[in-house]
Design a protein around this ligand. Structure first.
Ligand SMILES: [Mg+2]
Length: 203
């Protein structure tokens, strides 16, 4: 039987940089929340939005309710501000050809952004076989990714996972039973194989 290999890649900040779009979206959302401010919870949201407008990074405990609105603005209104990580796109295309592997995009950005996601991949020439996005956002991103990676590990003999968030890699590696997965941390144009390198911790 043919050996099936999959390159599984995250999307945001791995293949495309979203900082500028997130910042612009956070500014828009800040205006809206400020206008409609109701209570204590909105004050926390406002201060988080200030952090996001400054750093372009979303705090881990940012309001779940506003998070999807933030993404809707970022990927809907400011989708053209996303910039490709060209060296990584090139690397994945070349590696897929060399290994005769499939390329799978695994992103927690949500089914609602499938069209935008596909358009960017097509525009910048990443050749992929499948895009996996969640139908809903009930689970935390890393929990949802773990379940999907587990499913993929039964379909493929070997998986190479590319991801920009070290915490996601730690979470998946610590909670996964399969041994056929290699983990690659992507930091701009750098790729580091971190398989088995991260300290074990109980999540
Ligand atoms: Mg990412």
């Amino acid at each position: 039987m043919e050996k099936l290999i999959a390159l599984v890649s995250d999307f945001d900040d791995t293949l495309f940089f979203n900082r500028e779009a997130i910042i612009l979206a956070a500014k828009d959302l800040h205006e809206i929340v400020e206008r409609e401010k109701k209570g204590e919870e909105d004050c926390k949201t406002l201060s988080d939005l200030e952090i996001i407008s400054r750093d372009g990074k979303i705090p881990k405990d940012f309001s779940k309710a506003w998070k999807s609105q933030l993404y809707t603005f970022a990927y809907g209104r400011y989708g053209e501000k996303l910039t490709p990580n060209k060296p990584i796109i090139r690397y994945l295309n070349e590696r897929a050809e060399r290994e005769r592997s499939e390329t799978i995009i695994l992103s927690a950005r949500g089914e609602e952004f499938r069209r935008q996601t596909k358009e960017l991949l097509d525009t910048y020439g990443l050749r992929y076989n499948k895009i996996i996005l969640p139908d809903n956002h009930y689970l935390k991103d890393e929990e949802w990714k773990l379940l999907e990676v587990e499913k993929l590990s039964k379909e493929y003999h070997r998986i190479l996972l590319f991801e920009d968030k070290l915490d996601n890699i730690k979470y998946i590696e610590n909670n996964l039973n399969s041994k056929n997965i290699e983990f690659y941390l992507v930091n701009r144009s750098f790729i580091i194989n971190v398989t088995g390198q991260l300290p074990k911790q109980k999540q």
